[in-house]
Ligand binder design. Structure first.
Ligand code: ADP
Ligand code: MG
Length: 699
């Protein structure tokens, strides 16, 4: 970008220091460049004037040219409203206001011609518009015959005249000068290939389109560019690293073969075998592996991770497995120790609750190399943990491990960076994976071990509780066990507990002791108490496990066949899917019952319907993306990757794929962007990274 765009925003005519401060704070706008990239979030079509007779319910908005026939107020207090009858030669319609009534009725005049714009609704076949935009009609009316951009604003901005229209006016000031300073940012090859309009035009059209077509062209061009540079950034990291970093090279794998022949407790699924082969290929090439392993709950990722560890142990390397919680780390070590012991491999666990004396020994044994596999929490990379020779790090995580943390890991070994395998239990839609884990290679386990019966899922309302409890009773009498889960919302832990205990009372009423036994587990219990209750459930001493979401990553009880989730509408899709994965681990048919209150929002209804419809984690992740959007889905800590100004990872998936392919194509032909035809791209990458540095300084 030229220096013009680095001009401070306060120097734009009509802004000044006071407004500038508010723009800084509320929109993060500091410069002309920032301002011009405040893209409208929608546009209103003011090019067509409708007639009252032609307005219909299907229209999102209508624009009318009409006169006011009469005005009247009705109702009292908060119910007070102003209505105006309007006429345009084809019929009558009504305008309605509930606010600013005094001001509006004073300013509107009967008999004067107005331009009215708003959302049409119909009441007894008559058109009515609530809180319309209204202005006196003149042949040169400001919005007449135009597309009107609508901008994000804040309350504070509105108070100083920076509402959407105010923003538009400023944009109109800035644009004529700006246009001459806008440089093209994509190479000719690309603009030709994808038929993209010049950057200048795109910026101009996005703010002031004259037609739908101009608007579409502008959107396409700007979104493509944004996604292209985002992918270029992340894929260059990958290319550079692949070229530089070596990992421990694996050839023969006797230990793995021994395990495979003698100790593997089941036949691996084809998907598991395929993934193991992909991982072996990585390690065999001598390049350091950075791979994402996606697989639904219960798809058997742990054994894959263990097999990969075995590949490295023959090469005198150590391996670590990081879990997001201590409970999960515990569960991993329990499972892996059985295998490790058979092969005489020294394995240990290190978490926040490891005793000091023990920790000292562990750290020592890690440094001298006698511990071969260490399981733990994220503390494993943060702590002064030293390895003799770390060859592989497996991260079993839930979106909590970004590029920065991975970089920390690569530095853990002095000579050769460890191979990294990131496992996610929650499948991520392809587009998000490309963005968040775009620097990783991706493997997918898309098949569950044979013999699993798909879980049957239903949505039930409070009014059906008796029937639900009846069903549960039946299952218990058949010898099965049941989970009942309450949502945990951190802000009001007390209330959550209250919910849980109320639920417990109800359970005791319907499932009386001594015939029925219930375990209660929640976050406030001491670890030992929790463990005790869990053990009772595992040993089948209790029939029902009543819990907050602590069991989400916890126990593995194949005999449990029912998962009842209370207030299911309060959980996220991914979380519900995870919880459901706690059942369906044994041979019996399993059920998941999603219980909700009588009133459920449309969004929640869709959410629950998605779970009823499918067990496929990828489909659920896709639905989650559409419902919540990428920001909410991936959590704010990763939002840096989501700093997209115009593209939308949920809506622009096709475009993202195209952009990514183009970037791969580019890097294959010109990895360092040295060719003259790519100079524009190289320069833009440089200016983008310069901008990032500026941002760090400001914030
Ligand atoms: P996740 O992918 O959710 O981490 P796990 O690794 O915990 O799944 O595996 C779930 C269960 O399935 C475990 O009890 C594991 O032993 C078992 N399992 C894994 N792979 C197979 C297989 N190929 N055949 C049968 N059972 C398997
Ligand atoms: Mg797992």
């Amino acid at each position: 970008m030229s220096t013009f765009f680095e001009t401070k925003i306060e120097f734009l005519k009509g802004i000044g220091p006071v407004k500038a401060t508010i723009l800084n704070k509320d929109l993060g706008v500091f410069t002309f460049g920032d301002f011009i990239q405040q893209y409208p979030y929608r546009h209103e079509d003011r090019t067509i004037v409708h007639t009252i007779a032609s307005a219909s319910e299907e229209m999102a908005f209508v624009q009318l040219r009409c006169k006011i026939v009469s005005m009247q107020t009705a109702g009292e207090g908060t119910k007070k409203r102003l209505t105006a009858t309007i006429r345009d030669g084809t019929g009558l319609a009504e305008l309605v206001w509930f606010q600013s009534i005094a001001w509006i009725s004073k300013n509107l005049q009967i008999g004067v011609e107005y331009l009215v714009y708003g959302r049409p609704s119909f009441f007894r076949n008559a058109l009515s518009i609530t809180h319309p935009e209204i202005e006196i009609y003149t042949p040169a009316s400001e919005n007449n015959g135009k597309w009107q951009a609508v901008y994000h604003t804040s309350e504070k901005m509105k108070n100083i005249g920076l509402d959407s229209k105010g923003m538009s006016k400023l944009m109109a000031h800035l644009l004529p000068n700006a246009i001459n300073n806008i440089n093209e940012t994509l190479s000719q090859n690309i603009t030709k290939k994808y038929n993209l309009i010049p950057k200048k035009n795109a910026i101009s059209y996005i703010h002031f389109p004259k037609t739908q077509f101009e608007l579409d062209q502008a959107n396409y061009r700007l979104k493509f560019e944004e996604l292209f540079y985002a992918q270029l950034k992340i894929l260059r990291i990958r290319t550079v690293r692949k070229a530089q970093n070596a990992g421990i090279i694996v050839h023969q794998v006797p230990l793995l073969n021994q395990f495979y022949k003698n100790h593997l407790p089941f036949e691996l699924t084809n998907a598991q075998k395929k993934v193991i082969r992909e991982i072996y290929n990585d390690m065999h090439t001598g390049k350091q592996m950075n791979r994402l392993l996606q697989g639904d709950v219960g798809s058997g990722k742990t054994i894959v991770a263990f097999v990969c560890m075995l590949m490295l142990l023959d090469y005198n390397a150590q391996c670590c497995l990081m879990a997001p919680t201590e409970i999960l780390a515990e569960q991993h070590i329990q499972g892996l120790k059985i295998f490790a012991d058979k092969l005489n491999i020294k394995i240990a666990i290190l978490t926040g609750s490891t005793k000091k004396s023990e920790r000292k020994i562990l750290l020592n044994e890690l440094e001298n190399g006698s511990i071969k596999i260490i399981v733990g929490t994220h503390a494993l990379i943060e702590d002064p943990v030293k390895f003799q020779n770390l060859g592989l790090c497996v991260i079993d995580e839930q979106h909590k491990f970004g590029v920065a943390q991975r970089a920390k890991l690569w530095a853990k070994n002095q000579n050769i960076a460890p191979h990294v395998l990131v496992m996610t239990a929650t499948p991520i839609p392809r587009t998000l994976a490309m963005t968040f884990y775009g620097d990783l290679d991706v493997s997918v386990i898309d098949e569950l071990p044979a013999g699993r019966k798909p879980i049957k899922t239903v949505h039930r309302f409070e009014s059906q509780r008796l029937a639900v409890f009846g069903f549960i009773k039946q299952e218990i009498l058949l010898g099965r066990q049941v989970y009942i889960v309450y949502p945990l919302i951190e802000e009001s832990e007390k209330m959550d507990l209250q919910d849980l205990y109320n639920g417990y009372d109800r359970i005791l009423d319907h499932f009386p002791m001594p015939d029925f036994q219930t375990s209660v587990v929640h976050g406030r219990l001491k670890p030992a108490e929790k463990e005790y209750e869990m053990q009772r459930f595992i040993k089948k001493e209790t029939h029902i496990m009543l819990a907050t979401t602590v069991i989400e990553v916890g126990v593995n009880v194949p005999n449990a066949s029912v998962m009842l989730i209370e207030n299911a509408e309060r959980f996220g899709l991914a979380q519900l899917h995870q919880l459901r994965g706690r059942v369906g681990r044994g041979a019996e048919q399993s059920y998941c019952i999603l219980m909700s209150g009588p009133k459920v929002t449309q969004e929640s209804r869709e959410k629950l319907a998605t779970l009823v419809r499918t067990n496929n984690g990828f489909e659920i992740a896709e639905a989650d993306l559409q419902l919540r959007g990428p920001g909410d889905m991936m959590g704010t800590q990763q939002s840096g990757v989501l700093d997209l100004l115009i593209a939308d990872l949920a809506k622009d998936q096709e475009l993202l794929k195209t952009a990514r392919e183009e970037v791969l194509n580019l890097l294959a032909n010109d990895p360092n962007l040295e060719k003259p035809e790519n100079e524009i791209i190289k320069n833009h990458v440089l200016s983008l990274s310069k901008n990032t540095i500026n941002w760090a300084r400001i914030s």
